[in-house]
Ligand binder design. Structure first.
Ligand code: GLY
Length: 262
């Protein structure tokens, strides 16, 4: 991208040696191929970079199997990074390196304090509205703390009760125009605007990368077909090894858009 402008920074954290031992909540454990996972991570990085994001790697956290899902450690809104307090106690050590990465980008830092819990995967920002899934990982206190931290930035938090979903963004994400796509049966639909039903489970997770570009799991074949026919520029990425661990395209990065004053 030298000579071109970036949309901002994409924070990522490479998978560690214990990836295959990541937490499973809803899926049965299946064999994860670490070599394939490493290759998929690199290709994911390249896809995000090709859409105009400068990739910055968060320091590895090799003792934490789920640390590749860096989104759960940080919520970035404008110039503020909220360091989370993950709902799974064994993931709490992941946040230290993420906080250092946020500081290295010049972001202000606040933290979700105990006893509240919040996972970044439960936070879906759509314009000025911040939907927060409350369920197995994020609790009411964590949602309240995020609401207080983001209020000065003009954000309105809307709580969403989760059904059988690990995170809110396991069930619902936003397309580039801000409309929602996902699996309405996994959330309390009354808490959200209309959700376009995804034709398949991996199609519930999309990651807008600016303009008409959107990253989608290669496993979401019908979703890719539909979105492409709607003139979105779809970047399919095969993340099968992370999907076996209940990860998706959103979990593998934290996008930090450039701001005029940065
Ligand atoms: N395996 C991802 C998580 O449970 O957080």
């Amino acid at each position: 991208m030298d000579g071109y402008s970036y949309h901002g920074v994409a924070l990522m954290r490479r998978p560690g040696p214990h990836l295959a031992e990541g937490i499973l909540t809803h899926l049965p454990r299946t064999v994860v191929d670490p070599v394939l996972a490493a290759r998929q991570y690199t290709i994911y990085q390249e896809a995000v970079a090709s859409a105009g994001w400068r990739v910055v790697e968060v320091e590895p956290a090799p003792e934490h199997p789920d640390s590749v899902f860096v989104e759960d450690s940080l919520v970035v809104c404008e110039d503020l990074a909220v360091v989370t307090r993950p709902g799974a106690p064994e993931r709490r050590g992941e946040t230290e390196g993420a906080e250092r990465a946020a500081r290295s980008l010049g972001l202000r830092v606040s933290r979700v304090e105990k006893p509240g819990t919040l996972d970044g995967g439960d936070v879906l920002q759509v314009g000025e509205t911040v939907y927060v899934g409350v369920g197995g990982r994020t609790d009411a206190d964590g949602a309240d703390q995020l609401e207080q931290l983001l209020a000065p930035l003009g954000r309105k938090v809307r709580r969403v009760a989760l059904g059988r979903a690990l995170h809110l963004k396991s069930a619902v994400t936003a397309l580039p125009d801000g409309s929602l796509i996902g699996l309405p049966e996994l959330v309390e639909a009354a808490d959200l605007p209309a959700i376009r039903p995804a034709p398949e489970e991996p199609g519930a997770h999309v990651l807008p990368l600016g303009g008409r570009e959107v990253l989608v799991s290669a496993a979401a074949r019908e979703t890719i077909h539909q979105l492409t026919s709607e003139r979105l520029r779809v970047l399919p990425v095969d993340i099968s090894e992370f999907e076996k661990l209940e990860g998706c395209v959103t979990c593998l990065s934290v996008l930090v858009p450039d701001r005029p004053h940065r």
